[in-house]
Design a protein. Structure first.
Ligand code: NAD
Ligand code: ZN
Length: 363
């Protein structure tokens, strides 16, 4: 079973996103067009250990000189140190403009490997094979690549489109529950900003006890990828509509920061952030049932008890977000489910109330 979406960008690169359970044949067919004998694989350490045979059997036949670089697990791999090591590896093994690089892993591997592919020889072919739910529905789409800097996350990078993306849900068989929940937040986000029926579909998965079944998720993954693709296609360099993808995120970034980027996962923070955004939306006349989101609360097991600073300080934290212009907080809010808009905050009192309310929900 496989399926695909054609991505048209304003750059010269258009490409396909493939979806399915076990995409070996599709991948085999795709790589047959490459003339190189060598290829690079930058792969997440866990994925290498548990899924090596799955990708190697296809890639090695076509590229006898397959060069595998293991990306350490965790956000720390998006560093200058690992970037340097990866570039040393790629240049050291010999690379030409036509040598493809496969990024196999979650968003961390995708962002790092994407940046390596974007910068080595000013760009070599990049193929994403996302292996987490989050990477399949979010990070492998849109062409953002990069690493972190001590000043902040994702501050060094470039826009670089892949040649193809293969979302093979066979990889998800080993994904732990907390990573499903992490990706779930982005899928819920697509439901909130674009397709409210997505929330009902997730509910059905939970009712059917298929919450961690990759095959059961295929349709939702495809719909999510389509929504991100469509939004990005209209706004490749992030000037307008792409901001809608930040729904819940302005609140979430403060939560992540308050938790020193270790207490709360991105997905947990985005979940709480979306609840805050719905509350704020309704304060401004929106008509969204908070229960649409709250029905998933038990999956998260989230407490914001460790956030000890006041709502006013949290608002100050929002002003420091990298997407803030001239200290003015911009929120993505909803008129109703599926109808987002950008709101520039002039009066911060209602944002403070929003924080108060949100913290109460997660006490
Ligand atoms: P991740 O890459 O760290 O993966 C999460 C964990 O899952 C890791 O421990 C990894 O080893 C493990 N893992 C990966 N595949 C697995 C599998 N099949 N089975 C079992 N375990 C597996 O994190 P993530 O959530 O995938 O991505 C987060 C990163 O993505 C962040 O750095 C974020 O900044 C970035 N991101 C980028 C974009 C973008 O547009 N480029 C968008 C959103 C997020
Ligand atoms: Zn996110």
């Amino acid at each position: 079973m496989s399926d695909k979406i054609f991505v048209q960008t304003s750059t010269e690169k258009n490409y396909n996103l493939h979806f399915g359970y076990d995409l070996s044949e599709v991948l085999k067919e795709y790589i047959s067009s490459y003339s190189a004998k060598k290829a690079f694989v930058l792969v997440d350490a866990f994925v290498l250990k548990n899924h090596r045979a799955h990708f190697e059997k296809v890639l090695k036949k076509k590229f006898p000189e397959l060069q595998i670089f293991e990306v350490p697990r965790g956000e720390k791999a998006k560093s200058f140190e690992i970037y340097n090591k990866a570039v040393d590896f790629v240049l050291g093994k010999g690379v030409e403009r036509a040598t493809p690089l496969f990024a196999i892993g979650g968003g961390v591997t995708g962002d790092l490997a994407g940046f390596v592919a974007a910068t080595v020889l000013r760009g070599i072919p990049l193929i994403h094979i996302p292996t987490t739910l989050l990477a399949m529905v979010d990070s492998s789409i849109g062409g953002k690549t990069g690493i972190n800097h001590s000043v902040g996350k994702n501050l060094i990078g470039s826009f670089y489109q892949p040649d193809a993306v293969f979302a093979d849900v066979k990889y998800l068989e080993t994904l732990p529950q907390e990573e499903w929940v992490n990706g779930l937040s982005e899928v819920l986000k697509y439901g909130m900003i674009h397709s409210p029926e997505i929330l009902e579909q997730i509910n059905t998965l939970i009712d059917d006890e298929s919450f961690t079944d990759g095959k059961a998720w295929l349709s939702l993954i495809r719909q999510s990828a389509q929504i991100k693709t469509d939004i990005v296609a209209e706004d490749v360099l992030e000037a307008g509509k792409r901001a809608f993808l930040n729904f819940g995120h302005t609140f979430a970034h403060v939560i992540e920061k308050e938790g020193n980027f270790s207490e709360y996962s991105h997905g947990e923070a985005v979940y709480a952030g979306m609840i805050a955004a719905v509350y704020a939306s309704n304060k401004l006349g929106g008509r969204i049932e908070l229960s649409n989101l709250l029905q998933f609360k038990s999956l998260y097991d989230l407490s914001l008890d460790t956030i000890l600073v006041s709502p006013a300080e949290l608002v100050e934290g929002m002003k420091a977000d990298k997407k803030v212009k001239d200290e003015q907080i911009q929120l993505i809010l909803l008129k109703e489910p599926g109808s987002p808009y950008l709101y520039k905050v002039l009066e911060t009192e209602f944002v403070e109330q929003t924080w108060e309310h949100t913290l109460k929900i997660f006490r």
